[in-house]
Design a protein around this ligand. Structure first.
Ligand code: NAI
Ligand code: MG
Length: 499
C-alpha cells in the first residue's frame, strides 16, 4: 500500500514567479545578462527545472559595481539620516513578513528543505536579522580618545564610516538567511552592495530585490547578480572598485577569494566550513543530549556549516547514545519539502548528493559501519538517508572532512585531555558543543575548544545578536551581533589641538 502523502498546493504568486525568466537587479532596473544567457535552477525534490535565470558574468558585474560605486559616491543612501535608514530597513522586514508564505514556498522549492522549516526558521530569521540591524543604524558610534601626544591638549575622536562598495557572495544552504544577514548590516552602516546568490538557489534573493525597491532603498544601493561562481563570483571578488568582499561558502573557495582580493587589497570577511565536535560526557542529561545530537547533524539535511558532525561520547554512555541517535534518525520521514509529511527534504543538488554518497563509500572502504542509513534515499530527487556511522577514527576522511550532508560519525572517548586534542585536531574551528551536568567541566571544556562558538547543553542556537564565526580555516571575522558592524565600517581618527 502506498503511503499517503500530503502535497501542499503551490501559492499562485509563486507559480507565476517561477514561470517567468528571472532577471537581475542592476541600478534599480530588472535586466537580462549582457550575453543574453540564462541558466536553469532545479527543484531538488524532483530534479526538474524550476526556473530560468539570467546568467550574469564579468560584464554584468562591471555594470553592477559601477551602479553601486555611483550610489555610494553620490551618497543618496549614506547621506540620509541613520534614523531614516533604520526605518527603511525595518519597512523591508515588514514587507517580507507580509509575504512570508510566498518566500517560504519559493525557498522550499528551490532549495529543497521542508516548508515547515522555511516557514518557521528561514524567513522569520531573515525578518529578525533585518530588524536587528535596522536598530543598529542609529548606534554606529565612534569614541573620544584622551591622547598624550606632544604634551599638548588635543581633542581626538573616532568616526565609524561605511566601508564603501561591498561584494557579497553567498551559499545555498540558507539562501534567504544568508542574503539578509549580509545585506542588513551593510545597509545599516550606509554601504552599497552587489549581492551574488548561489547558482543552485538564486530565486528568493531575486524576489527580495522586489521588496528592496518597494521599501524605498534607492536605485543602485542593492544590485543582485545571478550567475556561476567561477565567472560572476570571481569577477566580483577581483573587482578593483569593490572595497570589501564578504563570502560564505567552502574553505576552498574562501582561499580563492583571498587571492582575488589581493589586487586592490579589498577587505575580506569569510564564513567557511566546519567539522564541529559535539561532546557528550557520561554525566550529561542523556534524554536531552540524544535529540540534541540528532538535531545537530540532521537539521537542514546536515547542510549547516556548524553541524555537529563529529559526535564524541564518553564510553560509559556510548552504546546508549548511538542507539538513541540512530533510532531518531531512522524515524525521520524523508520526502519532498512541499509535503507536510516530510521531516527532511533532499540535499540541494545532484552534485551534492553524489558528494555525500562518495563520502559514505569512502567511509565504508576505510572500515566505517552504518548503524542506520548509509545511502541515497529513493531514485527520484536528491535524497540521502539520515546516517549514523560508527567504527570511525580521526584518520578517516569522513571524520576529517566536511561532508555537508546528514551524516554523523560517532566515536567513544575515555580520557578528557586526549578528547580535547582530538576535538581540536582539525583545520576548522567554527563551533563545538559540550553536554554535562558538571558546571566546572562544562566551562573548562568550553575554554579548551578552539572554536568561534561553544554550546553547553544545547546545539545550534544562533541569534542575530550573538557573534558567530570561525577560528582557524573556518573564517575571518565575526558575523551577527554588533561585531558584524566592524566588517562594514572603517574607523577614522580625527584630532585637533585645542590649546
Ligand atoms: P562554493 O564555496 O563553491 O559556493 C559558495 C558561493 O561561492 C556560491 O555563490 C558560488 O557561486 C561562489 N563561488 C564559487 N566559486 C567561486 C569563485 N571562484 N569565486 C567567487 N565565488 C565563487 O560551495 P559549493 O561548491 O556549492 O559546495 C561545496 C562544499 O562547500 C559543500 O559540500 C560544503 O562542504 C561547503 N559549503 C559550506 C558552506 C558554509 O555555509 N560554510 C555553504 C556551502 C557550501
Ligand atoms: Mg535550485
Amino acid at each position: 500500500m502506498a503511503t499517503a502523502t500530503q502535497a501542499i498546493p503551490v501559492d499562485e504568486n509563486v507559480s507565476k514567479y517561477v514561470a517567468k525568466k528571472r532577471q537581475m537587479l542592476i541600478n534599480g532596473k530588472w535586466v537580462d545578462a549582457a550575453s543574453g544567457k540564462t541558466f536553469p535552477t532545479y527543484n531538488p525534490a524532483t530534479g526538474e527545472v524550476l526556473a530560468h535565470v539570467a546568467e550574469g558574468d564579468k560584464e554584468d558585474v562591471d555594470r553592477a559595481v559601477a551602479a553601486a560605486r555611483a550610489a555610494f559616491d553620490k551618497g543618496p543612501w549614506r547621506n540620509i539620516t541613520p534614523s531614516e535608514r533604520g526605518r527603511v530597513i525595518w519597512k523591508l522586514a515588514d514587507l517580507l513578513e507580509k509575504r512570508l508564505e510566498e518566500f517560504a514556498q519559493l525557498e522550499c522549492l528551490d532549495q529543497g528543505k521542508p516548508l515547515g522549516l522555511t516557514r518557521m526558521v528561514d524567513i522569520p530569521t531573515s525578518i529578525d536579522q533585518l530588524r536587528y540591524y535596522a536598530g543598529w543604524a542609529t548606534k554606529v558610534e565612534g569614541s573620544t580618545i584622551p591622547i598624550s601626544a606632544h604634551g599638548a591638549k588635543f581633542l581626538a575622536y573616532t568616526l565609524r564610516e561605511p566601508i564603501g562598495v561591498v561584494g557579497q557572495i553567498i551559499p545555498w544552504n540558507f539562501p534567504m538567511i544568508m542574503a539578509t544577514l549580509k545585506l542588513a548590516p551593510a545597509l545599516a552602516t550606509g554601504c552599497t552592495v552587489v549581492l551574488k546568490p548561489a547558482e543552485q538557489t538564486p530565486l528568493t534573493a531575486l524576489m527580495l530585490g522586489e521588496l528592496i525597491q518597494e521599501a524605498g532603498i534607492p536605485d543602485g544601493v542593492v544590485n543582485i547578480i545571478t550567475g556561476y561562481g567561477e565567472t560572476a563570483g570571481a569577477a566580483l571578488a577581483a573587482h578593483p572598485n569593490v572595497d570589501k568582499i564578504a563570502f560564505t561558502g567552502s574553505t576552498e573557495v574562501g582561499k580563492l577569494i583571498v587571492h582575488a582580493a589581493a589586487g586592490n587589497l579589498k577587505k575580506v570577511s569569510l564564513e567557511l566550513g566546519g567539522k564541529s565536535p559535539n561532546i557528550v560526557f557520561h554525566d550529561a542529561e542523556i534524554e536531552s543530549a540524544i535529540p540534541g545530537a540528532a538535531n545537530a547533524i540532521f537539521f537542514n539535511q546536515g547542510q549547516v556549516c556548524c553541524a555537529g558532525s563529529r559526535l564524541y561520547v564518553e564510553d560509559k554512555q556510548f552504546d546508549k547514545v548511538v542507539d538513541g541517535v540512530s533510532q531518531l534518525a531512522s524515524k525521520i520521514r524523508v520526502g519532498p519539502g512541499m509535503e507536510s509529511t516530510s521531516d527532511m527534504g533532499p540535499v540541494v543538488s545532484e552534485e551534492q548528493m553524489n558528494r555525500v554518497c562518495s563520502y559514505l563509500e569512502s567511509g565504508f572502504s576505510e572500515g566505517a559501519k552504518a548503524v542506520t542509513g548509509g545511502s541515497r534515499h529513493g531514485e527520484k530527487g536528491y535524497f540521502v538517508k539520515p546516517t549514523v556511522l560508527v567504527n570511525t577514527n580521526e584518520k578517516m576522511k569522513v571524520v576529517r572532512e566536511e561532508i555537508f550532508g546528514p551524516v554523523v560519525t560517532v566515536m567513544p572517548f575515555s580520557d578528557v585531555d586526549d578528547l580535547i586534542a582530538k576535538a581540536n585536531n582539525t583545520p576548522y574551528g567554527l563551533a563545538a558543543a559540550v553536554w554535562t551536568r558538571d558546571i566546572k567541566k562544562a566551562h573548562r571544556t568550553a575554554a579548551a575548544l578552539r572554536a568561534g562558538t561553544v554550546w553547553i547543553n544545547c546545539y545550534g542556537v544562533l541569534d542575530s545578536a550573538m557573534p558567530f564565526g570561525g577560528y582557524k580555516q573556518s573564517g575571518w571575522g565575526r558575523e551577527m551581533g554588533k561585531e558584524m558592524l566592524e566588517l562594514y565600517t572603517e574607523v577614522k581618527s580625527v584630532c585637533t589641538p585645542i590649546s
